[in-house]
Design a protein around this ligand. Sequence first.
Ligand SMILES: [Zn+2]
Ligand SMILES: [Zn+2]
Length: 592
Amino acid sequence: MEPERPPLRLIALGTDPHRQGCAYWLELGSHRLLLDCGLPGPVLWKALPGIPDAVICSHAHFDHLQGLPAFHRRYPQVPLYATPVTAHLATGLWERGIWPGYDREVRFPPFRALPFGQAWEILPHLMLTFFSAGHLPGAAATLLQNTQTSPAQTCVYSGDCSLSSTRFAPGLDLTALRHWQPDVLLIEASLGSTRYPARRHLENRLVERLLAALEADQTVLFPLPVLGLGQELLFLLKAHHRFTQSPKDLRIWVAPGLAAGCDLYERLLPQMPEGVQNFATYQPLFWESRLQPQVQPLTQADPLPQGLLLCDADAGPESWQPIWSRLLAQPQRSCLLVQLPEVELATPLEGWPALLRSRLQVESMVWHSHNDVGHLTQIIHTFRPQHLVLIHASARQTQDLADLPELCNRYHVHCPQPGHELEFPNERLQTSSRGAHPAMGGAAVEIADAAVRYEGEVEEVWQDQATSRSVVGVQVRLPAQLTEDPRWLAWADTGLVEARWQGSELVLRGLSPRELIRPADPTASHPSRFPQAPTAAQSGRKCQSCYFARQILTSQAQAFRCDQERSPLYRLRVDPQGSCPYHQPRELRSSG
Ligand SMILES: [Zn+2]
Ligand SMILES: [Zn+2]
């Protein structure tokens, strides 16, 4: 008999990076954790349901850690965890005064810095592993395992992540993650259900547009966060032939917050990818006064800057003032403001001088450091979580994603809003055996990947004996399209499959290690889950009235799909008039 699994509880304290900032309260067994601390102090005190045992910081963007100094002042005993690079970047920004609500009297809280790829027991029976999440240098996705239970209760928090590598951070490495199958996956969904062209393509478009504006003598304002896309853009433009070989004198000015970010990046050079280190052996990483394009920090003493201005998106009006007044001094000059989907102005356009706004050309362009829907679903299918929690986006964006058939048909999807509490029931977690998630079984392949459905031949295997020939078995050769899928590894975990008839269909299913030690007869196993132990022979137990039959709207009509993981029909369409030994009446379930 397994020990009782403690609950897994999640409260979203803040989920929208552009509104409140991000923070999540997680109870894993007896441990209480705060995942990120992106809410400003006053909002945080209202939202926190208690004092956490530890705080885990995913990366050094303000929407994830702006509340940390205030938190540490109030609860100095609570340890704060981050990667060494995140600790370097966050501490460095604070020391340079680049922080919302900076207070020079306060020292930045000390981090306990843990490197990527190693499991640490940060609390008794609670293991933490960071692994590189792309997005920003030092950005971590976090694996948390409560080892009091067997198998360990597991939660993965993506932080902000990107499957594509950026110049300064390698993307999320899926091969390292595919065995985890967490009970709960909290994953950021910043870009919603939009699909974007490849990053390189977007970059080329961006470079062309910037160049055209500069050659037309426009002043280009490009607001960016102090860390991340700004440094990425500088590196891109400094290495791009359209910029290095332009016959025109191209100048790039960098606002103070971004310039501090560049400075912090330079100190990380020994830990940067090889390409960056090679580049830096020939020329400065960011600043350049001789070659094209010239890159320099923007100071108050500079004359009217002309060219490309990388501005601090997080800056308040007082930091914008000197830029506004210099632009207003040259009314005939045309100005372009470039906006990216993930960048929000802390000083919104409505607060800009009306005179400047009236001659500002605002243009939205696409370039990002997150996952579009294609990469997002690829990551989710690699993790194969029991519960999928979509965060770090607006309510509309997460709902659009949650409605995608390829997610809602495979996972229990949740889109919590601030203040919402999710409790993941014990029962669900109990059925989550490592390597046995049915989402990777033949059933899921049939529903979601119709394109790689196998329609080949089966081969009878004959045995020749002196007197007769007889069939001793049948071989099915599955094509590489199926067996090279990451799900195959887990599907074929034990090397054993179960084949059984369902009506006129033969269902093939991989057996998990857990099932091998469990009685095959469903009515004999876990009797407490099925108090009435129904038999197939009982009448009036149609799928139509079953708790596990989920009604799903298809393009043609309403369909029923089975949501009972033990059933061989799990995630397949079922006949509403059909019945099975796993039937559970709806009333029985909802009253319990
Ligand atoms: Zn971020
Ligand atoms: Zn973020």
